[in-house]
Write a protein that binds this ligand. Sequence first.
Ligand SMILES: [Zn+2]
Ligand SMILES: [Zn+2]
Length: 407
Amino acid sequence: MWKSQDCLYCRICDQSKFCVDCEGVKLGSELVYESVDSKRLYRCAFLQNSENCNDCFFGFDLKGCSDCSACVGLRQKRFHIFNKPYSEEEYRKRVAEFNLSFRSGLNGLHTQFIHFAQNFPRKNMNLQNCENCLGDHLFNCRNVIGYVSTNSEHSHWIERCDGPIWCYDQIQSGSPELCYECITNDNGYMVLFSLYCNQSHYTFYSDNCVHCDNLFGCISLRRKKYCILNKQYTKEEYEKLTGSIIKKMQQEGIFGEFFSIEMSPYGYNETNAAEFFPFTKEEVIQNGWKWRDDLPYTTGKETLTSQNIPDDIKNVDDSILQEILACEQCGKNYRIIREELTFYRSLEIPIPAYCPDCRNRKRLSRRNPQRLWERICKKCREKMFSTYSPEKPENVYCEKCYLKIVY
Ligand SMILES: [Zn+2]
Ligand SMILES: [Zn+2]
């Protein structure tokens, strides 16, 4: 999260306020619930790939819309339901009939919307203001292969980055240049195989070093130069020693890759990796990686079962803040906190029946995987790349054909 406030259970929601259960909802979004990869939303819920919308519920690829429910691919529209226009009065009446403040009403419309949206053509990749790019959710990029990134140039295999130039294999970094295989190396220059080394230059195999130059295998240093394994050397010693270390590592075939997964202090099942590449415990152990059994959660301690939570948020009183709930999906206990309850009440959204982890997983499953496949445009039969795998049933169009149907 970056420049945001009062957000709960959100990820990569930059410059946003009062959002709950969102992923990639950015740029001045406010009062948004369960939305994914969208910008500048106000009072919206269950939106995806949408921007500049307000008071919309359930939507996919909406732009400049307000008061639209269960719609797909609309541009500058008001008072639409399932892509059909209504008068304001009729719209409000019909939306009231959905009973969205009831869990049953919300789930019912959700199911209908999924069926409706499936028949609507999809764009092969979400690229906006991009030139010569491949991937998904790229904005203002040139010569890039990557995902969920902005303002990037000449960079490949980047994810959640802003402003990298000439970088390869970067995750979650702002303005790195000539960097390779790094996680969060903001404003780094020539940082390689490192993580959390911000404002640093010529840094190799280091972790959490800030404002440093010429480091090799260092951890948690501040404003240091010419260090190997946190030990200070002169410039000449450093250059001589690193030369021979790199040569030895090259001979052993271990130079040129990020820290190996065996060195991770975390269990595979508690990392982000598990969201993108889910493996069973057996598979993880077989690969020689760590698995964590004692994850910090409880089950069976609930004081209120989900059937006993009032269906309508309007009937939920403050006593729910004292209760322990149990996830309908995995059984994990979870609670509702005051800020969350205030949010649900203000948007008239029922209490969720799933724990935050299951909500997160469900939300991510709405997004395409970060992979590219070759497909044929359903309309013009041109070859194209897409994040929709060939087995996916959606009608996938190339950008040109897709824009013809929405505009
Ligand atoms: Zn759960
Ligand atoms: Zn086409």
